[in-house]
Design a protein around this ligand. Structure first.
Ligand code: 8LK
Length: 294
């Protein structure tokens, strides 16, 4: 039934067979027979954004498909994590999509990180990372779990960053720089493994805003978030390299396909790029619309 290539068993399924694949894999619930438009929408986002990127990966690295699960055929849910370096334009993307459709936006809970019963953990972490980085990242992990588990009414949920970028970018960087001790890193990773192995974190798509470290350095200076003013360019270069290792080079597990957007441009061009990619990012909106017209 399903044609697969040797390297990439999921993403090379031929378009005309995708409908059968959806039915077999229960991408749609059992009572819901997907229309051609719906299956094409699923195919399109995966084939165009994921196939090329994952083609070089060994099969074990290819993420499990979990597209727009239908909750009794009424509420298609599609969870998108927006990833990228500090200053790469994540807030701009979230604001853009907040204005265009039926999307729930979950921005990074920075206010919580700044006020844990009066303690500004973000500030403490930047001022004395050796002392505070582990505690800060432990709290980030808790608040990111809340974001992943939050039930929303909209068909699409856009989350700024994720449990995964916390682990593979920020924590990895702190550990490599010696700002987290081996013991702290091990405790953190055991918590992380326990969570991802036992919980359905539920990510359907990752949007990677890929920007040069020099560009984000400029933007950070301009936006003048007080805790971030001392961030050196070297730190941004290291974070960039870790995003690349995770999202482009496939060095760590990926929970979902990755859509890479060039984030070096200024606002008007960025908005055009968001608009051009809106159909992929809001995949389940397409599904929902076609469900109601069929
Ligand atoms: O994103 C807001 C600020 O928080 C920025 O200065 C980078 C920092 N941050 C961090 O140190 N570790 C993090 C995140 C943000 C997000 C995750 C998941 N982990």
């Amino acid at each position: 039934m399903v044609t697969v290539c040797d390297n990439c068993s999921m993403f090379s399924i031929k378009r005309f067979l995708w409908r059968e694949y959806c039915l077999m894999s229960r991408t749609f619930c059992r009572d819901h027979v997907p229309s051609r438009t719906q299956t094409y929408a699923v195919w399109r986002v995966f084939h165009t954004s994921a196939c090329e990127q994952h083609h070089h990966l060994p099969t074990s690295r290819i993420p499990r498909i979990r597209v727009a699960m239908y909750d009794h055929c009424k509420r298609p849910k599609f969870t998108v994590c927006v990833e990228g370096n500090i200053g790469s334009g994540k807030t701009t993307l979230l604001e853009y999509f907040a204005s265009v459709g039926d999307v729930e936006i979950l921005a990074e809970p920075v206010d919580k990180w700044r006020n844990v019963n009066g303690h500004n953990l973000l500030d403490l972490m930047y001022k004395d990372p050796h002392r505070w980085a582990h505690l800060f990242q432990a709290y980030v992990q808790l608040t990111m779990m809340e974001q992943h588990l939050k039930n929303t009414l909209s068909p699409v949920k856009l989350i700024e960053r994720s449990l995964y970028s916390a682990r593979y970018c920020f924590v990895e960087n702190l550990y490599r720089e010696g700002k987290m001790s081996e013991a702290e890193y091990n405790v953190y990773c055991q918590w992380y493994n326990m969570i991802v192995q036992n919980m359905d974190v539920g990510v359907d798509l990752i949007v990677y805003l890929r920007a040069d470290p020099e560009k984000v350095f400029e933007r950070i200076k301009k936006r003048s978030r007080k805790e971030e003013q001392l961030i050196p360019l070297e730190y941004l270069k290291d974070l960039h390299a870790l995003h690349e290792e995770w999202l482009i080079e496939g060095k760590h597990p990926l929970p979902a396909p990755v859509l890479v957007l060039n984030a070096n441009e200024d606002l008007p061009v960025m908005e055009r790029i968001f608009k051009e990619n809106a159909a992929s990012i809001l995949c389940s909106n397409q599904l929902k619309e076609s469900a109601s017209t069929n």
